[in-house]
Design a protein around this ligand. Structure first.
Ligand code: MRU
Length: 359
């Protein structure tokens, strides 16, 4: 059994569980987890067993439906109160990826729209919405892949950072979607995957899934991306994102902004692959994005046989950084490619979405 035999994140209808691939075990072991309680789902998001903005959104959409199933009341107001308690709890698992609150708010809207219906009817509506959020993710990633593919040509070298691959979504991924679609069409891309310190999503996850798919992939340490660009081996950078502010400033995995700076220096186009769910028009600029800070052990000892930094040394471990909009060549959404000035470009993208939703 390989990666392609499983969805990264799914609703297991028989078990009434959130089914995820445990990403903390990859690439060594391919293990599924079946989560039923709010606490288990919160932990899975916090511990990065399920990770990557779109996958977190899908997990939250399913997770809040599972939580709603457990609410024991026939009274709408009481149901709404308990629903909101569960929603706030799941929302607190990680702060940066907007997809978490996006999916939870979307499910809350389902509850509000069904005022006057019975509790079982509301729970069924949440069930249907959870499935829709999942199905949309597949369609959205594929559309991003098609737009991304128009920006490159067969034989190109592509660089990516962190994992914005099928392991961060249901299928295709976002930054890897052009790579997968190009691979199906014989493009023979040469992909460079930054290892992505400190949690090694590039080394453990991106290189694993691309290699499994038969794509030519080379892992490089984070401090080598400037070298491969200087060598002329990279024709485009595709990365994912956790939150895009209205002005185009983009939060993604720590180290992304350094890649963008190197790309600018060497004239390599730098693209953000962003489902519209990740564009947060309520966040004005990158300065307003809350950046998650994680525990020091991830830097000092997590991947080493023995500790590699002195006991008690100070550690700064932000999980994400913000890439300023002037370093971004374009932001690829499922409704087209936005280019600066981004606020106006996003308004146009959201207009297209309202007129002709993808599902
Ligand atoms: O901490 P992670 O592994 O959840 O960080 C993930 C990333 O930064 C991804 O690049 C981002 O979520 C986009 S995934 C399409």
């Amino acid at each position: 059994m390989g990666l392609n035999d499983f969805d990264t994140v799914a609703l297991d209808e028989e078990r009434n569980a959130l089914a995820i691939i445990d990403q903390t075990k990859l690439p060594g072991e391919l293990e599924m987890l079946y989560l039923t309680t709010q606490k288990e789902i919160w932990n899975a998001i916090y511990l990065l067993q399920v990770r990557g903005a779109p996958a977190i959104g899908v997990a939250a959409g399913i997770g809040i439906y599972l939580a709603a199933r457990e609410i024991q009341t026939d009274d709408y107001d009481e149901f709404l109160k308990e629903f909101r308690k569960a929603k706030d709890y799941l929302d607190s698992a990680r702060p940066t990826a907007v997809n978490l609150s996006w999916a939870l708010n979307r499910q809350e809207q389902v509850v509000l729209n069904h005022k006057g219906c019975s509790v079982p009817e509301i729970v069924e509506a949440l069930h249907q919405e959870a499935i829709k959020i999942r199905d949309e993710d597949v369609a959205v990633c594929k559309a991003i892949g098609e737009f991304g593919l128009t920006l490159v040509k067969p034989g190109d070298g592509l660089l990516t950072h962190c994992n914005a691959g099928r392991l961060c979504a249901v299928k295709y991924g976002t930054a890897t979607a052009p790579m997968y679609l190009g691979h199906e069409r014989g493009y023979n891309f040469k992909v460079f995957s930054d290892e992505t310190r400190p949690l090694l999503q590039g080394a453990r996850l991106t290189s694993f899934e691309l290699k499994e798919a038969g794509i030519d992939v080379t892992v490089i340490c984070d401090n080598m991306s400037a070298t491969v660009m200087r060598n002329g081996w990279v024709q485009a950078v595709f990365v994912g994102c956790d939150r895009v502010a209205a002005n185009g400033d983009t939060a993604n995995k720590i180290g992304t902004s350094m890649v963008a700076m190197a790309a600018k220096r060497y004239g390599v186009p730098f693209y953000i692959c962003a489902p519209t769910a990740t564009i947060d028009m309520k966040t004005r600029t990158g300065a307003d994005i809350k950046i998650e800070e994680r525990k020091p052990e991830e830097v000092t000892e997590m991947w080493y046989a023995k500790r590699m930094a002195p006991e008690g040394v100070k550690v700064f471990n932000p999980a994400f950084d913000v890439t300023d909009n002037d370093l971004i060549t374009g932001i690829i959404t499922e409704y087209g490619i936005a280019r600066a000035p981004y606020k106006e470009a996003f308004e146009e993208i959201f207009r297209k979405k309202a007129e002709n939703p993808i599902l």
